[in-house]
Write a protein that binds this ligand. Structure first.
Ligand code: S3P
Length: 426
């Protein structure tokens, strides 16, 4: 789908409510499917990625029913049963493939996980290697999907991951629930901790010590889960509010888990006018409303080290924000951006350059020089990547000439409501 975006002539005002967090929605379905008992999951994501997870667990025999379009009833005895083909599509979703691998590795049946073109290019060695150390048997095409997982009895390991990846950590903790003894995962920096919070909420024997998490073999007990709004979706609106002249609006129901809220810190470092209101906790996760105001005098900043896992998915739209900040914004230690739905460093730099943003690719990130007057007047590719599509839309709102975004339908992966919410603010 082609989307044409014109400079927005009015300021953005009003109030929007951010839909369900993708990471938490995935986990709510996965963990409830392997837990004992019945529960309700409220505010489940309407994104295609989470629906890939949902379909997969239905195929594994779990009783999942929609009570309305955002509410699920899930009933399980904690056991999974293979479908007739043994093949389970994961669509575009890395979270589905990597986390489900941890669950399937310890089952008493074999499974094959397949993905779309983008997912089939993404690295799976990061989970295959440690799962193999636990006793798993996984065949792949040189570390890429399809993954043939031959279920085995697993044994816990003490694993130190080179990358801070919540997907790797979660995969191993899920395998650990079904492995003899205990499983410990240590990462260089703490990645998003939704798995730890939810496993703890569902009664797992889990301990966290700085950057290490340990889980013991054991069962989960189903409990109702309310999914908070997605800060990664809110990020597009945070940046819009800061860069579209005269804007002043409230973004409601935003998950503010500190392991995800790196963008808030970066906006503050850049001098952005942002305020957190009505903070509370829902199903173990922090949530609040964000008021965002247009900020004329943004300044550049450096983003690196333990900032990175806390805002990894927000970096494309942060690049757009940095184009409106005075000075050089430098992003380092973000080489894993090359392994997302697209090579997000290369693709971001090539497309933003087309519309006149001064951005340079580096091995592990990028450098943006601002403040730029975005010219626009170009056609941008989205490379199967939902976050690029929405970041380009945000840039288009302040570009002099109309921009054309090819493949805008990729927004359906995480945020089908994106444009409708934008229209509420115009
Ligand atoms: C996710 C973790 C992140 C993130 C992805 C979702 C998750 O990936 O980029 O969109 O839900 O665990 P990594 O853990 O590989 O960094």
């Amino acid at each position: 789908m082609i989307k044409k975006v014109k400079k927005v002539e009015t300021s953005l005002k009003g109030e929007i409510t951010i839909p369900s967090d993708k990471s938490i929605s995935h986990r709510a379905v996965m963990f409830s499917s392997i837990a004992n008992g019945e529960c309700t999951v409220r505010n489940f994501s309407s994104g295609a990625d989470c629906h890939s997870t949902l379909k997969l667990f239905k195929e594994l025999g779990v009783d999942i029913e929609f009570l309305d379009n955002k509410t699920l009833k899930i009933a399980s005895n904690g056991k999974l049963t293979p479908n007739f083909t043994g093949v389970y599509p994961c669509g575009n979703s890395g979270t589905t493939m990597r986390l489900v691998s941890g669950i399937l590795a310890g089952q008493n049946f074999s499974s094959t996980l397949i993905g779309d073109a983008s997912l089939s290019r993404r690295p799976m060695k990061r989970i295959i290697e440690p799962l193999t150390q636990m006793g798993a048997k996984i065949e792949s095409i040189e570390g890429h999907a399809p993954l043939i997982i031959r279920g085995r009895n697993l044994t816990g390991i003490d694993y130190t991951s080179k990358i801070a990846s919540a997907q790797v950590k979660s995969c191993l903790l899920l395998a650990g629930l079904n492995a003899e003894g205990k499983t410990t995962v240590t990462e260089p920096y703490v990645s998003r901790n939704h798995t730890e919070l939810m496993l703890d909420y569902l009664g797992a024997d889990l301990t966290v010590n700085n950057t290490s998490v340990t889980v013991q073999k054991g069962a989960l007990t189903a409990r109702d889960i309310d999914v908070v709004g997605d800060i990664s979706s809110a990020a597009f609106f945070i940046v819009m509010g800061l860069i579209v002249e005269g804007s002043d609006f409230v973004i409601k129901n935003v998950g503010l888990n500190p392991t995800r809220a790196g963008i808030i810190d970066v906006v503050k470092r850049m001098g952005g006018n942002i305020e957190i209101l009505n903070e509370t906790t829902i199903s173990g996760e922090k949530v609040g409303d964000i008021r965002v105001l247009y900020t004329e005098n943004l300044t550049s900043c450096e983003i690196e080290g333990n900032d990175i896992p806390r805002l990894i998915d927000e970096l494309p739209v942060i690049a757009v924000l940095a184009s409106q900040a005075e000075g050089e914004t430098i992003v380092r230690n973000a080489e894993d951006l090359r392994n997302k739905e697209s090579d997000r460093i290369k693709c971001l730099v090539s497309e933003l350059t087309k519309i006149g943003i001064d951005i340079t690719e580096t091995a592990d990130g990028f450098i943006v020089r601002g403040k730029t007057h975005i010219q626009g007047g170009a056609e941008l590719e989205t490379y199967h990547d939902h976050r690029l599509a929405m970041s380009f839309f945000v840039a288009g709102l302040i570009a002099e000439k109309e921009i054309v975004i090819n493949g805008f339908e990729w927004t359906e992966i995480s945020f089908p409501e994106f444009e409708a919410l934008f229209n509420q603010l115009v």
